[in-house]
Design a protein around this ligand. Structure first.
Ligand SMILES: N[C@@H](CCC(=O)N[C@@H](CS)C(=O)NCC(=O)O)C(=O)O
Length: 237
């Protein structure tokens, strides 16, 4: 069996990078974390990220041979799950796996765009109201579509679906009240199940390990997202 060496390229604030970071911690795979500024498109970075220029990227060397990079949060999580199939973090059952893939796509098609809209649309605007409505509808559909006994990935252990949503759950709970005077509902059973899950997943040691310098992490995130809340995108931290 080839010796696999993993470099994980992340940016501390990035929710997509945090997915893969928390997931690799959960799987207990040895890796080297490399913090980069993905917005600086230098030739090295573009090569490592295979022209994509976004974090996360998992760079894989086998038997000392610097080989392939796997860019993309979902793609890299899938690759990592395959390195540790016994963890069942991505179902080995073909039908369940297809279903989990469907929901992974759903999170990126429906939930993360609405999350960014809620964060960036001016308070009081129709667009902001629509964004909240879309986000709530999308989240409820997930909670009702995936039996949430303990984890979205099913079973007794968190898995790929949980780690795909967790960074966004953390940011929604932190940034919406701070910038938008808004919080997701907690009044009905599905919303309570979601809120319990959000607290549980963000308290996992693997997730905490993906949020370095815990004492200042939340303040730094708030400060980083100030430009998003002002209706803009990324600004150099
Ligand atoms: N679809 C990508 C999105 C990753 C992404 O957008 N990362 C941001 C940081 S949060 C990035 O690297 N942006 C650099 C750029 O857009 O130039 C994934 O799931 O990995």
């Amino acid at each position: 069996m080839a010796l696999t060496d993993l470099n994980l390229y992340t940016a501390w604030y990035c929710p997509y990078a945090q997915r893969t970071w928390a997931f690799i911690e959960h799987l207990g795979l040895p890796y080297r974390n490399v913090d980069v500024d993905p917005y600086v498109k230098c030739p090295d970075w573009m090569k490592i990220s295979r022209g994509q220029g976004t974090v996360p990227v998992v760079q894989v060397s086998r038997d000392g041979d610097t080989g392939l990079s796997v860019p993309g949060s979902i793609e890299s999580m899938e690759y990592l799950a395959n390195l540790k199939p016994e963890a069942e973090a991505f179902s080995s059952d073909p039908l369940k796996r297809a279903d989990q893939k469907y929901w992974l796509g759903y999170i990126d098609r429906k939930i993360t765009p609405s999350y960014y809209s809620v964060l960036t649309k001016a308070a009081g605007s129709t667009e902001a109201d629509d964004a909240r409505q879309d986000l709530e509808t999308a989240l409820l559909k997930l909670v009702e579509g995936v039996p949430l006994e303990h984890w979205f990935s099913g079973g007794n252990q968190p898995g790929i679906l949980d780690f795909a949503l967790a960074p966004f759950a953390l940011r929604m709970a932190l940034l919406f009240p701070h910038f938008r005077d808004y919080a997701l509902p907690e009044t009905t059973a599905p919303w309570q199940a979601y809120a319990d899950w959000a607290r549980r997943v963000t308290a996992l040691p693997a997730f905490v390990a993906s949020a370095p310098d815990q004492n200042t992490y939340r303040d730094r995130l708030i400060s980083y997202y100030q430009s998003y809340a002002a209706g803009q995108g990324h600004q150099d931290a």
